[in-house]
Write a protein that binds this ligand. Sequence first.
Ligand code: PLP
Length: 383
Amino acid sequence: MPIYLDNNASTRPLDGVVEAMKPFLGAEYANPSSLHRFGQQVRYKVECAREQVAGLINAEPKEIIFTSGGTESINLAIRGVLAAQPAKRHLITSAVEHSAVRRLAAQLAREGYQVDEVGVDGEGRLDFAELGERVTEDTALISVIHANNETGVIIDAERVCEIGARHGVRVHLDAVQSVGKLPIDVRELPVHLLSLSAHKFHGPKGVGALYVRKHTRLTPLTFGGRQERDLRPGTENVPAIIGFGVAAEEAIDLPPERIDSIRRLRDDFEARLQAAIPIAQVIAARADRVYNTSNIGFERLQAEAILILLSERGIYASAGAACSSGSLEPSHVLKAMGVDPQVAHGAIRFSLSRFTTAAEIDRTIRVLEEVIERLSATMAACS
Ligand code: PLP
């Protein structure tokens, strides 16, 4: 059986998610905007799913806008807030964003916005002093990644919101890697917008949501029907939304002991790997990290070579962000952290889930020992 340690790229949909979706791929095909009873039955289910998703972050259901996933939510949040405040032309993000924010920010810069990227320290922690200094009268939005997809480092969202509130600036969190894993309560956390994606916590792909706090002005990106409070027109992806609701419910119900056991597996993996393989370095080891993520740099080796050998042996992991795999460029996240390029080039992300077992971790360590020894020997022979 293959060992799947790429859960930050995507997770296995839960059986309950798949089962709940099935009727909506078949017999329950009516349009939820139709006024007849058939359509209204489907509408009812969509609204139940909205309540389930809202429950995951303690939002009100009407603050949840369904989208096609994290990327669309992020685009709607950032562009939507900027367009709603046309007099302001400044966006602040961080140097460790996912490409969904990073590439949008680059595009906005081309369109004439001023974009600032706040730096991080060697452990991937945001420089809050710099964040405070960057805010000006012209700042429309602060958008930062909540839990980093590559390193798992969690940014202190309360502090980001405090800085935003002090200057009257809106705050958006890319919470794609944190929602469903970490408790988030938008009644406690005064964030204005928060992006989430179902497939990162055992829901289906191609569906996500944007949380929009009441009274946050947002201009839609697309125009059409009146769905999703005019903010995201178009007939809803009903099966995916239904699955999203179930995944949200299941994430709420995941017992803390299960989370602790995933964390213990991850910590054990890191400790044993470092003991067995002296060149293995845990990246952001001292930072507050999501319990499932481990980024390990294998000094002087190439991540792609390691990944290929692991894959041949049925172990699936990732190099940096999933969407940048295949490129030999070292990750911008590790670069921003000042990780030695010799280590960054050989950095592999292992991301666990509730399905990861101790036996899988044992086997991964054994296989890694063999793979690293082989690659190190090849390198020594070539040099
Ligand atoms: N933001 C982060 C932090 C991510 O990890 C991802 C996916 O990898 C995204 C945004 C994009 O989400 P989606 O795949 O749902 O578009």
